[in-house]
Design a protein around this ligand. Structure first.
Ligand code: TXA
Ligand code: MG
Length: 316
């Protein structure tokens, strides 16, 4: 088990030494290392068991610092940053050479985010380097939304977990890139597309792909529980089957043991559903059931990102 606590000096010392620290963010917990230190970045890939073709997001605490790492910050990106940073928004921007190629898997653009979490912002303010941080889960597994999730999976591989409580948003950031005057959403996430469109107008959704080199991490199969996992438009109970766990949107199924069911939001509130998604998937994965059946949520606002995660979990 890794030491867990809220000691910012310790977190900073560990990172300065080139070692890794799990960090809280408002989206999910990250596995962080000095983004300018190739050895630290390499160990992120190793600990996560992540393929080197899947690039990392860098995190910092001000636009001034971002300007040290990117060579261009187009007008639309600026408007998004003004409106949504700190927050669950990642921008793909052309990188400066200080960012090692390892971070971007050789791509010319770097993914940047200013996260909205008080403890993390405090830590980032004390550092003179950005933090490269993928979600702190083994590659392909469900993302962690609290310190215990991180400890359960990566605890024996990292020296320190900075505990910032539960991640409020609960799903990863929305990734936005800019190409030939087009704004492209590469990954649906914790910032709703509607909110983005209100600020900069129409955007293009990048279809899921497991082969497009521009978005190597948009792998079709991801976020997957270990149990067999099935996605349905509408779930009906498999009569008296104690071997099945259910992930439901806003109400329990009748005639099924409540212990085998998780309801994302009894008020059909999308924020709450997103907040609970990964924690409930994990709980279902540890129940004595053989398979998990989930239902799609209504396809608006964060529901689009929730369905995206469920779809990828089912693609396993
Ligand atoms: O909310 C989040 O974004 C969390 C927290 C920790 O900040 N981080 C996160 O990182 O979800 P990760 O590594 O699990 O997912 C990052 C995604 C990957 O799918 C990767 O392919 C994509 O971002 N990405 C990173 N850099 C990229 C780049 N230069 N071009 C295209 N996609 C990139
Ligand atoms: Mg991830």
């Amino acid at each position: 088990m890794a030491v867990t606590g809220n000691d910012l000096d310790r977190a900073k010392e560990t990172l300065v030494k080139g070692e890794l620290v799990a960090i809280p963010t408002e989206t999910v917990y990250g596995l962080a290392g000095n983004a300018l230190d190739e050895k630290a970045v390499l160990s992120i890939f190793e600990v996560k068991n992540r393929p080197a073709f899947d690039p990392l997001i860098i995190h910092t605490d001000s636009v001034e610092k971002v300007m040290q790492y990117v060579s261009d910050f187009p007008e639309k990106a600026r408007r998004l940053a003004e409106n949504f940073w700190p927050g669950p928004l990642t921008l793909l921007l052309p990188k400066k050479t200080v960012i090692p190629d390892l971070v971007t898997s050789g791509l010319d653009s770097v993914a940047v985010r200013i996260p909205n979490h008080p403890i993390l912002l405090d830590l980032l303010g004390r550092l003179d380097f950005p933090l490269a941080a993928p979600s702190a889960n083994p590659f392909g597994y469900i993302s962690p939304t609290n310190a215990m999730h991180v400890n359960a999976q990566l605890g024996d591989k990292i020296p320190y977990i900075l505990d910032g409580g539960e991640s409020s948003v609960g799903i990863e950031s929305t990734i936005v890139g800019f190409e030939n005057n087009e704004t492209i959403i590469y990954r649906l996430g914790g910032l709703a597309v509607d909110d983005i469109e209100q600020v900069i107008g129409k955007v293009t959704l990048m279809p899921n792909s497991s082969s497009d080199p521009k978005a190597p991490g948009m792998l079709k199969s991801h976020y997957a529980p270990r149990k067999a996992f099935f996605l349905r438009n509408k779930v009906i109970s498999e009569n008296g089957n104690e071997q099945t766990g259910y992930l439901l949107f806003d109400k329990y199924l009748e005639g099924v043991n409540i212990e085998n069911q998780r309801v994302l939001s009894f008020n059909a509130n999308m924020q709450e559903a997103a907040h609970n998604l990964f924690a409930y998937l994990r709980e279902l994965d540890t129940l004595p059931v053989e398979k998990i059946i989930a239902e799609r949520v209504p396809a608006y606002s964060l529901g689009l990102a929730i369905n995206d995660r469920l779809q990828r979990a089912a693609a396993h």
